[in-house]
Design a protein around this ligand. Structure first.
Ligand code: ATP
Length: 450
């Protein structure tokens, strides 16, 4: 059986991932199949609390598992908890008692008082097709569509308040997980919830240096500890990476208050699943896209330090923005020139008269040659440099009064400060879903040029 939960937290506390920890404790008599899942959905929605994350977990029959297939997935209530390889744990069907237990956890831990919190959970006995996931990570869905999907797949659901959580809960179960990473989430002792987090920065730098398959731990340029959330909830920190055993090693390196409990989630973070290749005319608000086009208006820096340029393709034009929080990424964007051919990765947040693509990374495909005037033209008769007549007026020889056009000056190509390839926003500005270049096996160019 698969259980999906979403929309239980509030800006004032709580975290939906924590319900997975509680669920594993409550359903002790069952075996966890694979890793619990933390699934990030459309990052542009205005009603999300923070990272638009939903969770899902599969349980099987514990008395019928092949013990040798187990691997550690969590540490809860002082015990190491194991998951069982998919196919090694016999399927289990959900019954009334399971639904009661899930309801009890949701009703105990969800922040019902927050008007933006609309919890929902789903239970399925069969896996879902992943269409619903793609709709939820790339588009905007309704509660009605979620219920239709649940009914079609013969699932059970319980929604609270406006029941929006059913969308994320269904999408989390429907994620097939072809490209994936892991996150080890460490939880605090409940007595520390809401208090500031004491995490030794030096130990996080060590983690970043010594665990090569982890990512987004520390922003070296901006001195930012990225494993530590700002929220008031139960999460102490999260270490993201490719390899669960390295995450457990990384946890030992982080110096902090004692970690009370932890869970390793399989996630769609860092996969770029939210991005679809599009032409400009096809980009809609609340969508994320990869667009190939030419810079048609050079970058300008506006109030607040945001850098904006205009991109065109054969279907239209769109503003592209590197906002102030993207820090040194803006220096790259400022170097773009009219005519450069690039791929832009990002999302359009809301409906505006002019759509703006909020950049997560760019790939430079072709750089135009940029020339600058180095000398005024020589007078062919007098062999001396001519003088400018004024803006746009060409040149004239002071001695013989001969004239020359603007084009006859001496131009030289000036080297571009950026190269072909990818450039991404720094760790401190990275979105959960954005695939870091480290995962794409492309070198980061920041160190070479900026
Ligand atoms: P977290 O804090 O766990 O990172 P979040 O708190 O930012 O996530 P939620 O509180 O879960 O986000 O709120 C997002 C809400 O939007 C949920 O109710 C979820 O079901 C819903 N939702 C998710 N994806 C979509 C979508 N594509 N279309 C419409 N609603 C969605």
């Amino acid at each position: 059986m698969w259980i999906g939960i979403d929309d239980t937290d509030s800006i004032n506390g709580g975290c939906t991932t924590y319900l997975v920890a509680e669920l594993i404790k409550e359903l002790k008599e069952y075996g966890v199949v694979g890793y619990p899942r933390l699934v990030r959905l459309n990052p542009t929605l205005p009603w999300k609390t923070r990272g638009n994350g939903a969770v899902a977990i599969q349980f099987g029959r514990k008395d019928k598992v092949e013990r040798e297939s187990k691997f550690p997935i969590a540490f809860l209530d002082g015990n190491l908890i194991f998951g069982f390889a998919v196919g090694k744990c016999e399927e289990e069907k959900a019954d009334e008692s399971i639904i009661k237990k899930v309801s009890k956890i949701v009703e105990r831990l969800a922040w019902f008082k927050d008007p933006k919190t609309n919890p929902g959970f789903v239970v399925f006995n069969k896996p879902l097709s992943n269409d619903f996931y793609w709709g939820a990570v790339r588009g905007v869905l309704s509660q009605k569509e979620a219920k239709k999907e649940i009914e079609r797949r013969k699932g059970f659901y319980r929604g609270y308040k406006n029941e929006r959580g059913l969308i994320g809960a269904t999408a989390a179960v429907s994620w097939e997980g072809k490209d994936f990473t892991f996150e080890l989430i460490a939880y605090r002792d409940p007595e520390f919830f809401g208090k500031s987090r004491g995490i030794d920065d030096e130990s996080v730098k060590k983690l970043d240096r010594e665990c090569p398959h982890t990512f987004d731990n520390w922003d070296w340029k901006n001195d930012h500890n990225r494993i530590k959330p700002n929220s008031k909830g139960p999460v102490y920190y999260g270490i993201r990476g490719e390899d669960p055993s390295e995450l457990m090693r990384g946890k030992e390196l982080v110096k902090s208050e004692p970690v009370h409990e932890w869970v390793i989630f399989k996630t769609n973070q860092a996969t770029d699943d939210h991005l679809a290749r599009k032409q400009i005319a096809g980009v809609k608000p609340y969508e994320s896209a990869i667009i190939e086009g030419k810079v048609c208006k050079a970058p300008v820096t506006i109030k607040g330090g945001h850098v904006i340029f205009v991109l065109e393709d054969k279907t239209g034009v769109i503003d592209c923005a590197a906002y102030e929080p993207t820090k040194e990424f803006r220096s790259v964007v400022r170097e773009l020139k009219v005519g450069d051919l690039i791929e832009c990765y990002g999302s359009v947040r809301k409906e505006r008269e002019r759509l703006t693509l909020n950049l997560e990374k760019i790939k430079i495909l072709k750089l135009v040659k940029v020339k600058a005037k180095t000398e005024n033209p020589l007078c062919p008769r007098c062999k001396i440099h001519m003088h400018s007549v004024g803006k746009g007026g060409g040149y004239r020889c002071r001695r013989c009064r001969a004239k020359a056009s603007q084009k006859e000056a001496v131009f030289k190509e000036i080297p571009r400060k950026i190269n072909l390839g990818f450039y991404e926003v720094p760790v401190c500005a990275r979105r959960h879903l954005a695939k870091p270049l480290k995962r794409m096996k492309y070198p980061t160019f920041f160190t070479s040029n900026f």
